[in-house]
Design a protein around this ligand. Sequence first.
Ligand SMILES: Cc1cc2nc3c(=O)[nH]c(=O)nc-3n(C[C@H](O)[C@H](O)[C@H](O)COP(=O)(O)OP(=O)(O)OC[C@H]3O[C@@H](n4cnc5c(N)ncnc54)[C@H](O)[C@@H]3O)c2cc1C
Length: 486
Amino acid sequence: MKKLLLSLTGLITLSALAVQFETGGPECKITIVGGGPSGVYTAMRLGEKHGKDVCLFEKEKKLGGRLNDIRKNPESEKGPLIAIGGRRVMNSQKLMFDLANELGVKLERPAEKAGEFLFARGLYSSNKDQFKSRYPGLPIDLKKGDFETQLLMKLFKSPERKKIKSYPSLRSYIESVVGTVGFNYLKDMSRFRGDFTYPLNAESYLDWLEEEFDVCCTAYYAVGGMTSFVKGMEKKAKSFGVQFFMSEPIYSINRDFVSGYNLITSKKSFDTEKVIIAVPPVALPKIKGDVVDSIIKQSEFKSLIGIKVATVTQWFNKAWWKGIKRLSDNKTIWRAVTTDSCINSIEIPQEPYLINAKAIRTVYSDRRECAEHFAFLSKTNPKRLEKEVHDGLKHLFEENGITIPVKVSHPTKTVFKEWKAGWYWIKAGSKHTNKDVSTWAANPLPGESVGLASEGYNPQRTAWTDGAIQAAIYLLNKQYEMNISL
Ligand SMILES: Cc1cc2nc3c(=O)[nH]c(=O)nc-3n(C[C@H](O)[C@H](O)[C@H](O)COP(=O)(O)OP(=O)(O)OC[C@H]3O[C@@H](n4cnc5c(N)ncnc54)[C@H](O)[C@@H]3O)c2cc1C
């Protein structure tokens, strides 16, 4: 009874609020909250059958979410788009290739297979095996080579894997199997240091890593950036009559005894029969109402942990990086990874669409302390941020002994982006597997027409757009009688 009274009070308060908004809201039988790739995908697929009965609400003025391509001059329609979020698809991601085909998105690959190098423990090298001497006692077979793969295979095949559920964290599992030295080697050789420093669940991470190990091998880039996928899906959805509401966040979702659900946005209150929530876990608790309350209190939701990620994109008058060639074989370098500075990893686009763009991603870091440090500097002292990035680039490229030295110039524009949760894992201590979470998300409130579609609810494919689209497909197949193959 107390529960009923509370929800009635909630309804009264919200309907009182509603009178301040537009009246006669849109006719939406199915409402999608969030216009990232997962939300726009559901709009496109549902639009084909339900047309204008489908509505999508996006809080920002553009679609795409963590797929976000920008121009040097945001006011202009000219000049290439470069990503401050997601950038590539891999050739084994069939889902993305099929989608590109369907939408007419052009995928291209770099003309040359460029190289990369790494700085760790005082050494620069393009060959990870050469770092072995800096990690005495590494449990590897010297004769077999490819030490990083050897260590990963131990993690996959160790008899300890059978007991992995009993390990309190990923770190504890890795250290048990390959020792602290193996843990440090793997952390330093990876450009994703967050994986090794956040308290992650060992079983979930290993399941992901084993699948990720098979994500193969060549990176492809969408002409116009990954938002070309989103624009293609939007166009198709609109051709079916789907209604898009931009710059209109959803503030609350409440059950409505008559219509199904009542939603309040920044502009209106309206009723709907079914709801697809395509916002990531970090954004979900910001939506009020009894529907979200019932979801976020569940253990599957509580088991998710977001990783803070920072990117810095910089434009220059001169493409100073063009002269960076490996001394040993004159190969172009497209990526450098460092433990020396908060740059963490830099990426020089090689695909034809961006090769002459005079813009590069100078920072890509999932190290929490670095993302926080740069976020602080970007607000309080952007010149200092530029200086730290410049110093880090000089350390990487001006005198490393493995590439032709180049003089790093100063940028004409710097864009810093902090992703409060760039991607998601399952926390240490959770009892849930990746499958538990994605199955739950497709139907988190049994008997109700509410589902979750976003990369964060698909930990088996975390950090990838194909993971977001898969989550959307799980939901469409489960709740909308679709039969979309993966
Ligand atoms: C730095 C970085 C690099 C990446 N690199 C790659 C890559 O190379 N390749 C790749 O495939 N993937 C990459 N990804 C991952 C990819 O960007 C994500 O998997 C994908 O964008 C997730 O899509 P989504 O729809 O689940 O969520 P999101 O993209 O986060 O979209 C959610 C949307 O919901 C909106 N929203 C939130 N709250 C509300 C509300 N209350 N009302 C209305 N709207 C709301 C948001 O504004 C947003 O538009 C990268 C991600 C990051 C951060």
